[in-house]
Design a binder for this molecule. Structure first.
Ligand SMILES: [Mn+2]
Length: 316
């Protein structure tokens, strides 16, 4: 990344000038969100900063509870947080303000300095300092590069968190995974040699509710676009009837399971819970080559399905 050294120095300067630092998890927190935030938590503690980490909108993801520092995550939203107590907010793995909270419009108070560190190509850069590297598969890989450039000691705890972020977001096969990902992983795995147990714990920490939800989603699949697009959906009423909640869907990507079917190039999972329609989507390498049709709302849902970001849209 071209501007990396300049931005890394700028971010370090801002951290040095700050003393009370806030970190967060994005809604539906995954291994990259939790791993990157906890790695920063440990590094900032090491720099003798006063640091707090909030869990944000969603319940804390139990399948990541073995990560070092997890117990320090406060189960509270951005809007339940007294922002006057902080002078810097480091926003990780979040492409837009609604990834800080979707409960209301996120507006930063004037006194609060903000830094975005992210890898999503849709990120417009909404903070005072924005480090957005779209050539890497996980925010955790950027965090590793930052800590290296700052000569911060990568402890076992930090290595476990960063390895989890890189493993869960890249699976060592998704877009933007490169030899650099393996190089970083190699260095981290020397510091944390028990990484197979770490990854195994991430993959084997699901609840019966998660499997029930995935089962319901898989049995709902319908295909569109000449069978290139597969959509699995579940409504709020169905979730309630089965004593499930939206957060039971974290830990397994149903969209990725659908995409594993030969010919199903795009997969969408729709979870309608409360006001919010969440659309985890799994798309092919070059999604722009597929034209999104106007689709009717799936059974039990009021809204039509909109194209995921990056896809072309047409109206009939
Ligand atoms: Mn990520």
């Amino acid at each position: 990344m071209k501007n990396f050294a300049r931005l890394a120095a700028k971010i370090k300067k801002q951290i040095d000038e700050s003393s009370r630092i806030l970190l967060h998890l994005h809604p539906g927190p995954d291994g990259d969100s939790v791993g990157s935030a906890l790695a920063f938590y440990h590094a900032l503690k090491h720099l003798k900063k006063n640091v707090e980490i909030i869990g944000g909108d969603s319940p804390l993801p139990g399948y990541l509870s073995h990560l070092p520092g997890f117990k320090h995550i406060k189960p509270q939203t951005y809007f339940q947080t007294d922002l006057d107590r902080f002078d810097l907010f480091i926003i990780l793995d979040s492409a837009a303000p609604k990834m800080i909270s979707s409960l209301n419009t996120v507006v930063f108070p004037p006194h609060l300095k903000t830094i975005v560190i992210d890898h999503h190509s849709t990120n417009p850069g909404f903070a005072d300092i924005n480090l957005i590297d779209t050539t890497v598969p996980a925010a955790a890989q950027i965090v590793y590069s930052l800590f290296s450039s700052w000569k911060i000691k990568i402890t076992k705890k930090i290595a476990a968190c960063l390895l989890t972020g890189i493993y869960t977001d890249s699976q060592f096969k998704y877009d933007q995974t490169s030899w650099k990902t393996f190089e970083v992983t190699s260095k981290l795995s020397k510091i944390y040699p028990q990484f197979p147990a770490l990854f195994s714990q991430v993959d084997n920490n699901n609840t019966p509710q998660t499997i029930k939800l995935v089962g319901l989603l898989l049995s709902s699949v319908e295909t569109y676009l000449g069978k290139h697009l597969a959509i699995a959906s579940i409504s709020h009423q169905q979730l309630k009837k089965n004593h499930l909640s939206k957060s039971d869907g974290s830990g397994i990507s149903t969209a990725n399971i659908l995409k594993s079917v030969t010919g199903w190039d795009i997969a969408v999972t729709l979870l309608k819970s409360g006001r919010e329609l969440s659309v985890p989507v799994s798309v092919p390498v070059n999604p722009k080559s597929i034209i999104w049709p106007k689709l009717p709302p799936p059974p039990g849902m009021a809204e039509a399905i909109r194209p995921p970001p990056g896809l072309l849209s047409i109206t009939p």
